[in-house]
Design a protein around this ligand. Structure first.
Ligand SMILES: Cc1cc2nc3c(=O)[nH]c(=O)nc-3n(C[C@H](O)[C@H](O)[C@H](O)COP(=O)(O)OP(=O)(O)OC[C@H]3O[C@@H](n4cnc5c(N)ncnc54)[C@H](O)[C@@H]3O)c2cc1C
Ligand code: SF4
Ligand code: SF4
Length: 1004
């Protein structure tokens, strides 16, 4: 089997990076293999490994970088600017140096609401910007599905747009000005200029003046050709948009740079127009019996002038049913009857006046109710922002959901954003579908019907050379088809590897003009070479060495992920399926601190430490392993990247592909340590449950020893562990001695009548709660008794969770098999099994099912209580409860069971107590993660990021996870939380127990 070496180093780049340090560049530089790999892909099918990456901190860094690049000895260096890396067509991929603005250049530089603008650095994420603008009643209007990870610099450079583009237009319509840095380090301002201002700027005769002159002359000379060739379609042209450079008396070079995909200059700053946020919105979700009906109805709905009409087909609806999103949208789409729904149109209306909005939507609904003009078979109307957000999230998830179809053929982007005049859309789609149907290719469809832009991703197996040929065939056929209907291939996502179709659309003459523009801006073809167009070379240049580089990338460029993956045997791929299927859509780069998705990425802002980074590294490691040439350096870097994973499981549920890094990390570690010595701490962690059980019996002896400074020092130095919790003197009898609690007697339990069995619950203990937090376990049991239930405590078993985390594969399987047998036999009693610690309970549900046949159902406490408490009358404890009680569920619990917070609220509501559930991410402890010295910074950063503030604000803090309670207690001893309760956080049932005691005392 061939091995393709992917990390050939070009020494010119190493020299450049060394010189860069001396040139005053203050940002980071990463020529390491892991970083190179993590930036080698976007959401496209291509994979191109760069020589390294730089992470500038500000404009001065960009100027230093490109000043150096302009020196004669470095004109061979190539750059690809990069933001969120969410391009669908390889836009930010290059074999040179990646200039990534997303890590540090993310600031708002100036906000002037009165003058209606905001000045920002290019790396700020679109939604992050709007979070900051929201309190001022304004927003940056262009939208896109990747709005929680795509940067404004990337949006400007692809001229992004999406939902609402019919009324708000594209990004370029909202860019008031830009500062750009050319490949030779010159800085140029791009902003609207009157002809007088333009003349003055040209008269300066500097590099900027020359560019203004060249461009203004070109658009003047070619005005009539431009007018004739560029149709008045909003989604016609991205990049070098000659039609928009001169508008009335205003010359604006920003129109040229917007959409130029980093091929003309590096954008160092943007001045963006602010738009008032519409005060009132309403959304209709219209259901149809066919996709064609939805498309044809959309052209009628457009006449009602909504903000947006977006359509979703039944493929997406079916896939959504297996995703966490269904929990939020299912009922809006007809719930059980959703099988009959073959398409949905989401139609949004907005207004500054509530009456105006309501009467408009009333009339639309009256028409729907009368079933007069619309072919919709039903609809849902809402003005609730949570409902609207959920439905828009479903639409935004479309691409991701499609990526999760089963089989070797996966939906891939290359014809995913074609746009035709909206009136032609339905007919165009009929032909498009026929093309794919005739080839027997599966696809899903959704998109912006109001703008004539539909997202279609044909499913192909990029590991199969026949399918890569099909990709070229479909691409060429669709290119012809869109032209037949007056549209373009790149209606939304830019050109990237599809740039080759540009001359077909605008003709050779204007295409050569574009090449001339490229040559004026970037004569040495250093900026994102091969995209959009090549520079027009003249005279001696044409014979220089550089001409060999003057080639456009092609749709069927062989440098694809699939080509690399094809070196891995299919049988191996089957075993690592989700890792190989990660399609780089970047949903795991979500910046929102309150979302569960990837805490380690949030804390580091290093893409290597994200699910995508880890999946990419694992994929390459797998390829190397299978081809017999494992690069030890990369293998070590893969190990390091996996070591920072907190096993929170967000990527198991919230990644559309469900890459499930913890599972595959475990597999990797088992292999990695098959021929290496493990660190001592791995053994300690793997045995933590047994240690808790046995040492707990001797806690009187063990605790004082553990607390000596010598032992603390030794555990730090030798094991890299710190802040280890004290043990409690655990014994089963300390639990069964509680009044109303029973010991585990299977025969007796079998014999119970069914009605009694429903009041009983089998407590699946875990070593963390029982041995390290015994009073909590006792409190939980007392509360259950007080509620009228009969807790039956099973003997304490070992779950093996820590073994799984550390990759002790065989030992985990052995442990899981033994524990599963006990759980299965307990389940045979007909009594519900209820786990106390959420992360252990979820291990039984997830990791166990991968190695054990037919695991019994294991409930988490809140799940069981929410059902069992139906009909139970509870005392009103509202008068006893604190005014502000906040519950913080474990992050794995929220990731895997999205209704966790609601269920806990239901449980407390039974006692008349309203609890808050602050939106937080991971607390940073995650089992033993936060106790490992090496993880200190990440652990602290995570707590500070989202927990610190709401924990400090709450009078009573409730936490469901043992780790979360440990972390909160640890934090309570330092920093701003130092004055808060030493207890940190309580288990929710322990808090209820305290209230019940107070209640009973007051009743007495
Ligand atoms: C699931 C999914 C859904 C999508 N939905 C939409 C959608 O609804 N609408 C839409 O328009 N797009 C969509 N896209 C495409 C993509 O998100 C957009 O093109 C987005 O604008 C890219 O932003 P980014 O920050 O990720 O940029 P990147 O992908 O990093 O870069 C995009 C281009 O911009 C250039 N660039 C980045 N920063 C700079 C800079 N500072 N200076 C100069 N050039 C720069 C890069 O070189 C590259 O050519 C989607 C993609 C995915 C994966
Ligand atoms: S790990 Fe999941 S969310 Fe992240 S890029 Fe891959 S598929 Fe997308
Ligand atoms: S388990 Fe959590 S920390 Fe680990 S990769 Fe997945 S999302 Fe990130």
């Amino acid at each position: 089997m061939p091995n393709t070496s992917v990390f050939a180093t070009n020494f010119l780049y190493l020299n450049f990076l060394q010189s860069l340090e001396r040139a005053g560049f203050k940002g980071e530089m990463s020529p390491d293999k892991a970083t190179r790999l993590s930036l080698a892909t976007d959401n496209s099918v291509y994979q191109i490994i760069p020589q390294g990456a730089v992470f500038p901190t500000n404009e001065a860094d960009l100027l230093a970088l490109f000043e150096l690049a302009g020196k004669a000895e470095f004109t061979g260096i190539q750059f690809a600017p990069r933001g969120g890396g969410t391009g669908t067509n390889g836009q930010s991929l290059n074999s040179g140096l990646i200039v990534d603005c997303s890590r540090y250049m993310c600031d708002i530089l100036e906000l002037n609401v009165n003058a209606g603008y905001v000045r920002v650095q290019p790396g700020i994420i679109r939604d992050q910007l709007n979070d900051a603008l929201r309190p001022h009643g304004v927003f940056f209007a262009p939208s896109l599905s990747t709005s929680n990870r795509a940067t404004v610099g990337g949006m400007a450079s692809t001229d992004a747009c999406g939902q609402g583009s019919r009324i708000y237009g594209r990004t370029s319509n909202h860019v008031k000005g830009m500062k750009i840095v050319l490949a030779d380090g010159e800085q140029v301002a791009c902003k609207p200029m009157t002809s007088a201002e333009l003349d003055t700027a040209i008269a300066k005769g500097d590099r900027s003046g020359l560019l203004y002159k060249q461009i203004s002359q070109l658009v003047a000379q070619k005005a009539s050709l431009i007018e004739q060739v560029f149709p008045k379609l909003n989604r016609f042209m991205t990049g070098y948009n000659l039609a928009h450079v001169q508008a009335d008396d205003s010359f604006n070079m920003a129109a040229l740079v917007c959409g130029s995909e980093g091929t003309l200059a590096m954008v160092s700053e943007l001045t963006l127009q602010l738009t008032p946020i519409p005060k009132y919105k309403q959304l209709l979700a219209l259901r149809y019996a066919s996709f064609d009906a939805a498309l044809r109805d959309a052209s009628r709905l457009v006449e009602l002038n909504p903000d947006a009409i977006e359509t979703i087909d039944d493929t997406i609806i079916q896939l959504a049913k297996d995703d966490v999103i269904w929990h939020r949208v299912g009922e809006f789409l007809g719930a059980e009857q959703a099988d009959d729904v073959k398409a949905v149109n989401l139609v949004e209306f907005s207004s500054m006046q509530v009456e105006q909005l309501s009467s408009k939507v009333d009339s639309v609904c009256a028409d729907l109710d009368a079933a007069q003009t619309s072919s919709a078979i039903g609809y849902f109307r809402t003005d609730k922002s949570a409902d609207m957000e959920a439905l828009w999230d479903l639409r935004k998830k479309g691409v991701g959901l499609l990526g999760n179809v089963k089989g070797k053929r996966r939906p891939i982007p290359f014809v995913e954003d074609t746009a035709v005049p909206p009136e032609n859309l339905a007919d165009y789609i009929v032909e498009f579908r026929a093309l794919l149907d005739d080839l027997g290719i599966r696809y899903g469809m959704f998109g912006h019907v109001d703008a004539g832009c539909l997202h279609v991703r044909p499913a192909l197996n990029m590991r199969d050379p026949n399918d890569t040929k099909l990709m070229r065939h479909i691409s060429d056929s669709v290119s012809q088809l869109v032209r037949k209907y007056g549209g373009v291939m790149w209606g939304e996502h830019g050109k990237g590897f599809r740039s080759e179709y540009t001359p077909d659309v605008i003709g050779l003459e204007l295409y050569e003009d574009m090449r001339q523009i490229k040559a004026w801006f970037d004569p040495h073809n250093q900026l994102n070479p091969g995209k959009i167009c090549t520079p027009l070379c003249s005279g001696a240049d044409c014979h220089s060495e550089a001409t060999s580089e003057l080639e456009l990338v092609k749709v069927d460029d062989p440098r694809t992920r699939g080509a690399m993956d094809s070196q891995i045997p299919e049988s191996v791929i089957e075993h690592w399926e989700p890792i190989v299927s990660c399609n780089g859509n970047g949903a795991c780069f979500n910046y929102q601190v309150e979302s569960e998705m990837c805490p380690s990425y949030k804390a580091t802002k290093d893409r290597v430490h994200s699910p995508k980074g880890r999946a990419t590294l694992l994929r390459e490691w797998l390829r190397q392993d299978q081809t017999g040439h494992v690069d030890k350096e990369l293998e070590d870097q893969t190990y390091a990247a996996l070591n920072t994973c907190l096993a929170c499981k967000a990527c198991t549920t919230q990644c559309p592909i469900k890459v499930d890094i913890p599972t595959y990390r475990s597999r990797f570690l088992a292999s990695y340590f098959s021929n290496r010595r493990r660190p001592l701490k791995d053994y300690v962690i793997a045995g933590v449950e047994e240690f808790g059980i046995w040492a707990g019996k001797l806690s009187g002896l063990v605790n004082p020893i553990m607390q000596t400074s010598l032992v603390k020092q030794v555990s730090k130095q030798l094991m890299g562990m710190q802040n280890l919790p004290a043990l409690h003197a655990y014994s089963l009898s300390k639990l069964t001695a509680i009044n109303g609690v029973e010991g585990y007697q299977p025969d007796y339990l079998h014999s119970l009548p069914d009605v009694d069995k429903q009041r009983h619950l089998l407590i699946v203990q875990d070593a963390f709660t029982s041995c390290f937090d015994l009073p909590t376990m006792q409190g939980i049991l007392k509360t259950l008794v007080a509620m009228g239930f009969v807790p039956v405590v099973m003997p304490l078993g070992v779950s093996g969770k820590a073994r799984h985390v550390k990759g002790f594969e065989k030992s985990f399987i052995k442990c899981a098999t033994a524990q599963a047998e006990k759980l299965k036999s307990a389940c045979d009693t007909g009594i519900s099994l209820v786990a106390i610690d959420p992360s252990i309970g979820l291990t039984y549900r997830d990791e166990y099912t991968q190695v054990v046949d037919k695991m019994p159902e294991i409930f988490l406490l809140h799940e069981w209580l929410a059902i069992a408490m139906e009909g139970v009358i509870c005392p009103d404890l509202s008068g006893k409860a604190a005014t502000s009680v906040s519950l913080f569920a474990h992050c794995s619990e929220k990731a895997m069971l999205p209704n966790t917070n609601q269920l806990w609220q239901t449980v407390f509501a039974k006692f008349g107590i309203v609890i808050q559930t602050p939106a937080v991410g991971c607390c940073g402890m995650a089992g033993t993660f936060g106790h490992e010295l090496a993880n200190q910074n990440v652990s602290q950063a995570l707590f500070d990021m989202s927990w610190k503030q709401p924990v400090a604000a709450a009078e009573v803090v409730l936490a469901t996870g043992y780790s979360c309670r440990t972390q909160t207690k640890l934090q309570a001893t330092k920093g701003p939380l130092a004055n808060s309760s030493e207890e940190g956080a309580l288990h929710p049932l322990v808090y209820l127990q305290r209230l019940l005691v107070m209640h009973n005392e007051s009743v007495v």
